[in-house]
Design a protein around this ligand. Sequence first.
Ligand SMILES: C[S@@+](CC[C@H](N)C(=O)[O-])C[C@H]1O[C@@H](n2cnc3c(N)ncnc32)[C@H](O)[C@@H]1O
Length: 293
Amino acid sequence: MSSVFKKRMHVRNVFRTPPDYTDLAIKYPEFRKVCRLELNGKVYVDYKNEMALRALTQTLLLEYFQLKIEFAPGSLVPTLPLRLNYILWIEDLLQSNKDDKTKGIDIGCGSSCIYSLLAAKKNNWSMLALESNPINLDYALKNIERNNLQNSVTLFVQKRTAEIFRDYFDSDCGSEIYDFCLCNPPFYDTCANANKTRNPEKRPPPHNCPTGFAEELFCEGGEVKFVEKIVIESLLYAKRIRIFTTMLGHKSSLSKIMDILKEKKIQHFCSTEFHQGNTTRWGIAWSFCVEFS
Ligand SMILES: C[S@@+](CC[C@H](N)C(=O)[O-])C[C@H]1O[C@@H](n2cnc3c(N)ncnc32)[C@H](O)[C@@H]1O
């Protein structure tokens, strides 16, 4: 079995027990089409093949969460164990016994709308999904409807990409308090070389083929600038969202974001690592009302 499903995932991540590809290939004809049967009788999935990666994610979403998801052609194919690690970390941060439904905001939900749909289906959370790309919006809406989750996931068309919450809160007449926000920002700086591997000699190459279109992968200033916008707007909406979180694709971004938080005199923050095979991502959370243990 590939190391994509290796240990060190979140303790409650179901993928710590690797899925049986043979069983899945027997059960799902679409997945079977992208599998290869090795001479030793094992079923093999080529993670470097985008079609295979797409079919694998769709199959795992269906098998484990009964979610039917279509991705816009050429768009980011989310890896499920990593997305799940992030949701599980948010569960840990929330740790509340409040009676009313947990409410979250998904910044840049993508064509799959994966975080919002997972959160709604797995945890019965109510999600507001923000997205700016018209193709992703179209697919995200269909994915919400396809899974009959219109009562739990609301899609908001983000018209001004330079902004994060402002568009929504300006148009919102209510005073709803959200428990958290999450984000998988575009990692790369439009001006930098995206394919440049950091520490190429030390780091093993990623298992998966790179997927995603420009708007999903790049923005001006990369993830640090994107998350800086979230931090700045969090000062404005400190009372509307209890815990602000984001994922980071580069280790070097973590200290930069911590410096920004300190500069803005935000005292309560914490961070974590998400692991999936050779891929590591980082999570950072901050709050104006919650102290992290
Ligand atoms: C890296 S993709 C993440 C997609 C999905 N959440 C996932 O994890 O697979 C980032 C997404 O953010 C969207 N985006 C970029 N700027 C945005 C903004 N200001 N507000 C809302 N969405 C934005 C992009 O169109 C893209 O779909």
